[in-house]
Design a protein around this ligand. Structure first.
Ligand SMILES: C[S@@+](CC[C@H](N)C(=O)[O-])C[C@H]1O[C@@H](n2cnc3c(N)ncnc32)[C@H](O)[C@@H]1O
Length: 203
């Protein structure tokens, strides 16, 4: 039941997400290769930022999104290959992928360190991991305090989402050859997910 509510929630806020993140996502995906891997694609919020004709290998554990993913892929002229499992172990060959993309997903992954290590495994040399994630607030700030208070109920309501995960640090520590990361605050009414990072990590 919670999962269904969550899925409808994402559809309802699609416009909102596009307004908040659209420009940054477009920049991250600029000049993307003809085939990209997207982890945690959900219902396909990011298809609109891809060139028609792009092939997306979607790694999305929830089968319940498949119908929406296929529908949106047809709408945006995208070819999809859907893998219904978590990105901690991907059925993709080592060094076979030019670009992996993920937005607002490492907050929900059970083991983000494992996911990033798997991303590095499948990326070719100099391949890119483009990301946009909400993150833990700076210590002793009011947002940090709010995150601490709401952490448990938030996780329950938003399907395992951790509001105070230091995802930026996890990416910095993941042994990429180069990480270009920007911190930004989203102008959102959802206070616990104001602090964000986005950028590109190069293998
Ligand atoms: C908050 S939604 C984000 C959806 C979409 N990327 C967006 O930006 O709107 C998080 C998504 O990550 C997926 N997810 C959770 N754990 C995952 C994992 N280990 N590997 C891949 N996807 C995962 C969830 O099923 C969900 O669809």
């Amino acid at each position: 039941m919670i999962q269904k509510i969550n899925e409808w929630f994402f559809l309802l806020v699609d416009r909102y997400m596009h307004a908040r993140y659209g420009d940054r996502k477009r920049k991250l995906l600029k000049d993307h290769p003809d085939t990209v891997v997207e982890i945690g694609a959900g219902y396909g919020a990011n298809f609109r930022y891809l060139r028609p004709g792009t092939k997306v290998i979607v790694i999305e554990p929830k089968r319940s999104f498949n119908e929406l993913l296929n529908r949106r892929a047809r709408y945006y002229g995208i070819e999809v290959e859907i893998h219904n499992y978590g990105a901690g172990t991907m059925n993709l060959k080592e060094e076979s992928v030019d670009m992996v993309f993920g937005s607002l997903v490492l907050c929900s992954a059970e083991n983000p360190v494992k996911v990033i290590s798997e991303i590095r495994r499948v990326l070719k040399e100099e391949g890119k991991f483009a990301f946009l994630e909400h993150v833990k607030a700076e210590r002793d700030t009011w947002i940090c305090k709010v995150q601490h208070i709401v952490e448990r109920p938030w996780k329950w309501v938003f399907d395992g989402c951790h509001v105070s995960r230091d995802t930026g640090k996890v990416i910095q520590n993941a042994h990429f050859s180069k990480v270009e990361m920007q911190e930004f605050e989203s102008r959102t009414v959802f206070v616990p997910i104001i602090p964000h990072v986005c950028g590109v990590a190069i293998k």
